[in-house]
Ligand binder design. Structure first.
Ligand code: NAD
Length: 290
């Protein structure tokens, strides 16, 4: 079997460690980012100086970009290369449901297969290769790409065969995560106002029915330590909730809580602290949540 060359576009907080894990399997990797590709790429990867260079040599291309509009722009750049060899695009961006459908449509017209495959698990999960990956693809396509996906995401699953279903899965997860972050922060602030120690509040909640990933992971490791270093920015949480609310409205699904969570908490935090890590939600709620 001839060795496939794999392309990776977007080497940020998530993309760089994911590409690094991908490079540890037997395939050659060619990488591109608009900023400092050589510093962000795995040491054994080919450094590309353009998207065009990636798609002229790679048959499968992964995208891990900021949002859906950048994805659609990159898809158009891929399609503008006449002598491309790309056959499959796997989108690990949290791009949105309608954006994934649009990307699928544009690529499908040119006989390029597309899977939306956003991830959950943060930078630490990306480094450890333990990410959850929600993949929307036909069974045939999923089987073809699964070994590559598992090298980046131990918990990759095929969630459906319709474009956008991976994004829907990711958005509903991040709605739950954003709600747990906000509710846990408000609950700890309440405990502190009653004279309880925050460490004791977290310890008892984690022994009780209110426990969740914020109380089990974010509070002990990143909030109470005041490191605020999850690598997931407030603007990404606000973006994901906006996409969730929009997709809920588009599909006539309920958006009662998500709209309040977006306008009442995450949009306000984005206005006040635009460059913050999302774990700053606890000091934000203490300061502005009264
Ligand atoms: P990031 O901003 O750190 O990385 C994005 C990268 O894309 C940057 O390096 C940027 O230079 C590059 N880029 C932008 N435009 C480009 C273009 N046209 N061509 C090539 N490269 C381009 O973001 P991130 O935290 O790595 O997140 C990436 C995606 O993963 C987002 O959609 C995010 O919502 C999602 N996500 C992030 C996390 C997290 O914890 N950070 C967790 C799960 C999912």
């Amino acid at each position: 079997m001839t060795e496939k060359i794999i392309g990776f576009i977007g080497l940020g907080n998530m993309g760089a460690p994911m590409a690094s894990n991908l490079s540890k399997n037997s395939h050659s990797l060619i990488c591109y980012d608009t900023i400092d590709t050589n510093k962000k790429s795995p040491s054994n990867a080919i450094i590309a100086d353009s998207i065009e260079q990636v798609v002229k040599s790679a048959s499968i291309v992964f995208l891990c970009l900021p949002d859906g509009s950048v994805v659609l722009d990159v898809v158009d750049r891929i399609l503008s290369v006449p002598d491309r060899c790309v056959e499959i695009v796997v989108d690990n961006t949290t791009a949105g449901v309608s954006e994934a459908k649009e990307a699928w449509e544009r690529l499908n017209k040119e006989n390029i297969k597309y899977a939306d495959a956003p991830v959950s698990g943060g930078v630490s999960g990306a480094k450890a290769g333990t990410l959850a990956m929600m993949v929307a693809a036909s069974q045939e396509l999923y089987t073809e790409i699964e070994p590559l996906l598992l090298s980046m995401a131990k918990n990759a699953r095929n969630v459906g065969d319709q474009p956008g279903q991976g994004m829907a899965m990711k958005l509903l997860n991040n709605f739950l995560s954003g709600m747990a972050m906000a509710a846990s922060s408000e609950a700890v602030a309440f405990g502190v106002a009653q004279g309880l120690k925050p460490e004791k509040v977290i310890e008892m909640v984690n022994l009780s029915t209110g426990r969740n990933t914020t109380t089990e992971d974010k509070f002990p490791k990143r909030i109470l330590t005041e490191t605020f270093d999850s690598g997931f920015a407030t603007n990404l949480m606000a973006k994901d909730l906006k996409l969730y609310v929009k997709s809920a409205k588009d599909s006539s699904a309920p958006s009662f809580l998500s709209e309040k969570l977006l306008s009442g908490v995450w949009s306000k935090m984005l206005d006040k602290w635009p460059d913050s890590d999302f774990t700053k939600i606890y000091p934000f709620i203490k300061k502005y949540g009264k």
